[in-house]
Design a protein around this ligand. Structure first.
Ligand code: DGJ
Length: 713
């Protein structure tokens, strides 16, 4: 899988080759990434960067002006985005990392403080060691290879080997310089409660930056993109995918450099970043996950999603059916109390749900709004006079699991925690200034805060026998200043602190189901997926919009991570219960309907839907998900079981369309030779994929056609 021969590194997966070399001057040169080529192929001879005679290049041996670089350095004549920027011990801003050896190890070499995938006996890691020409800093580049999944992971690590401090001003995880241009770029953008719109654009000589600077990863742009050939689509065409296993500030830069190369990278955002390293200290970047497929965007997603399902999602839940959740937020907002909870538990039992969750509003002096209480994680005795043990016991006696909403990184100015520890918040001039949603951000770069909050969370989990927590994070970070940590380190160390707490909790309580939230979809990324098998992907529960959000989320993460719930008709007056169910049922499922107000008819419908979910759909969240078509009017997707014996086609109408055209929807990902039985008859997989299923009578928004296929044995 990994070979070093004649100064060339070959990193191979089942269908891909990744090749780079050591140049005479010691820099690493990227040579190739794409469909497999044999080891023997002498790629090095085919990639010649000759000295350009124009005034724009340097002829010094260190010049990297227009080469294809494996780890672009700074101050070496390369004015494209670099992968690292250092201020060295002589206060000079430059770095030139030159080859100094390599190692190949079995398994994955995990970062110390950031999330990492698991490995197995086939995983290998290449570590390339480099030394800075200008200082005593060293750089380690890690390449972890998941052969069967066609996935390569990259990360980097800078260590200060000199006695004086250095400052890291930028550190990326992966860079690929393609010796070609004319790519197109696909990425996901949006905003809070309206996430995941797909954008496709040409890669040009004007630098494209995808990033987040607000302490979370993904309401606006996601730490993910696809680079593809112009003719690529969901099913065919060469497509490269990159995503970052990180939940804080990221950056990705994509550029056609004008002389025949395309640079594409991803890593830590350099916004308010200036990371000092004393002697022997190190800074590590998160893992970047990279793949390539010749089967278009669905191919990229399949590689990503198979990998994430197998190696990233917490083991206890990666293949485990998820409980049907009943959550109080949509019905009660902050106005939860003992009486209401008992009534909701009774109704949840009646409709056959598995887990009862008290959302926001149960703690501290949290009244009927968001102004009080965050930070004081004890139940509000006025609302719960018998304590939450009583509710927990009542739920469990009723045959339900019990869960709570928490927001550990936040504090209200009106809380006891803030009064006893004002110094624990991120702040300017020694006090927090920017308030959002009446809350400040606790300083998770301070180990004392992490330790305290971890203890509080563990006590809560144990005292109440929690089966589930909804881990929320409802505001952006603005003040990257701390009373405990040096400036320039806060954004990164805050994330490290959050991961540390999640790591302790998940190791101590492996059966605890953590639902990642962050205002719905604010941190929907691979980093959080390492601790949380499912995410509340948006606060938008309108079935039409939720369908789009879930559809495009599947580009980067498996559908088993994307929770979708049924909602009451008030959220979508113009669609029926069946459509609301159709939009949610192939994902981790739950109920947001107001069970206190639900009529007998609504309760009966929910009961039937939950029965159907458990019988037919609970397993479907582990199927492969293929995007077939998305337009303003209509969405079509199909799901296929791993053994290809079962499949579901879903076509949903999003806009009214009178007199719709004839339409056959072609399925994808079936076994060509299998004969599939469905309500229209028996058909070969190849027929279903090439001829397609005629969709008739679908002109009204809020209606779906669903067809279930079973292979005949
Ligand atoms: C944002 C979440 O997305 C909602 O579901 C809810 O939990 C609120 N926070 C509570 O404040």
């Amino acid at each position: 899988m990994i070979k070093f021969d004649n100064d060339v590194f070959y990193v191979n997966t089942k269908n891909l080759s990744y090749v780079f070399s050591v140049k005479e001057n010691g820099f690493l040169k990227h040579l190739y990434f794409g469909k497999s080529i044999p080891y023997e192929n002498d790629v090095a001879k085919l990639s010649n960067t000759y000295l350009r005679i124009w005034a724009v290049s340097y002829d010094d041996k260190l010049s990297e002006t227009f080469d294809t670089c494996e780890f672009p350095c700074d101050g070496v004549g390369d004015f494209r985005p670099s992968s690292a920027q250092l201020i060295n011990d002589k206060n000079e801003e430059a770095c030139a990392f030159l080859f100094d050896g390599y190692e190949i190890k079995k398994g994955i070499v995990k970062p110390d403080a950031l999330p990492s995938p698991r490995d197995d006996e086939n995983t290998q890691t290449l570590i390339v060691k480099l030394k800075d020409y200008y200082s005593n800093a060293t750089l380690n580049l890690y390449y972890a290879v998941y052969y069967e999944n066609d996935v390569i992971l990259r990360r980097s690590e800078i260590i200060n080997g000199g006695e004086n401090a250095i400052f890291v001003k930028k550190l990326l995880s992966a860079n690929i310089d393609f010796r070609e241009t004319d790519f197109e770029l696909l990425y996901l953008h949006g905003r809070n409660a309206n996430e995941k719109h797909l954008k496709r654009q040409e890669v040009t000589s004007s630098l494209t930056v995808l990033d987040s600077k607000n302490g979370i990863s993904s309401h606006n742009l996601s730490p993910f993109y696809i680079l593809c050939d112009k003719n690529a689509n969901e099913f065919t065409g060469r497509s490269y995918g990159m995503q970052l296993m990180y939940s804080g500030n990221f950056i990705a830069e994509i550029l056609d450099d004008g002389v025949g190369n395309t640079r594409a990278n991803i890593g830590l955002n350099d916004y308010k970043f200036n990371y000092s390293l004393k002697y022997k200290e190190k800074l590590e970047s998160p893992w970047a996950v990279i793949t390539c497929s010749l089967s278009g965007f669905n191919g990229v997603s399949k590689n990503f999603n198979d990998f994430t399902g197998k190696y990233v999602l917490p083991l206890s839940y990666s293949n485990e059916k998820r409980p049907v959740v009943v959550n109080t937020w949509d019905s009660c907002v902050f106005d939860v109390d003992e009486e209401k909870c008992i009534k909701i538990i009774d109704k949840a039992k009646e409709i056959g749900a598995d887990l009862f969750v008290i959302d926001d509003g149960w703690f501290g002096r949290r009244d009927w709004s968001e102004e009080d209480g965050l930070g004081d994680w004890v139940e509000n005795k006025e609302k719960f006079p018998n304590g939450l043990e009583y509710i927990s016991n009542y739920a469990k006696k009723s045959g339900l699991k019990f869960g709570l909403w928490v927001e550990p990184e936040m504090v209200n100015p009106k809380s006891d925690l803030f009064h006893s520890h004002p110094e624990w918040t991120l702040c300017y001039h020694k006090k927090p200034i920017f308030i959002s949603r009446h809350q400040y951000v606790l300083d998770f770069s301070n180990p004392a805060v992490v330790e305290y909050m971890t203890r509080v969370m563990c006590d809560l989990i144990e005292r109440l026998g929690l089966d589930y927590i909804k881990y929320d994070m409802n505001r952006q970070i603005c003040e990257y200043v701390s009373l405990a940590t040096e400036n320039g380190k806060i954004a990164y160390l805050h994330m490290v602190g959050v991961y540390k707490m999640l790591d302790t909790i998940t190791k101590k309580y492996p059966q605890l189901l953590i639902e990642n939230c962050s205002s719905g979809g604010g941190r929907y990324d691979l980093g959080m997926c390492a601790y949380s098998p499912q995410t509340w992907i948006s606060d938008n529960t309108n079935p039409f919009e939720r369908t789009r959000i879930a559809y495009y989320s599947s580009m980067m993460l498996p559908i088993s991570t994307a929770s979708c719930h049924t909602v009451g008709k008030e959220r979508c007056p113009n669609c029926d219960y069946e459509f609301i169910f159709d939009c949610a049922k192939t994902r981790p499922f739950g109920v947001e309907n107001d069970l206190l107000k639900a009529t007998a008819e609504e309760l009966a419908i929910l009961k039937k839907q939950i029965e159907e979910y458990k019988k037919v759909y609970a397993d479907v969240i582990f199927y492969d998900f293929y995007r077939l078509q998305f337009s303003n009017e209509e969405v079509a997707y199909n799901l296929v079981s791993k053994d290809k014996k079962k499949a579901i086609l879903m076509v949903s109408k999003l806009l009214d369309n009178s007199n719709p055209p004839y339409k056959n929807v072609k399925l994808y990902g079936l076994c060509e030779e299998y004969v599939y039985k469905c309500n229209l008859g028996d058909f070969y997989g190849s027929t279903l994929m090439n001829v397609g299923i005629p969709i008739v009578d679908l002109s009204k928004a809020g209606k779906s056609v669903e067809i279930i296929f079973t292979a005949k044995s």
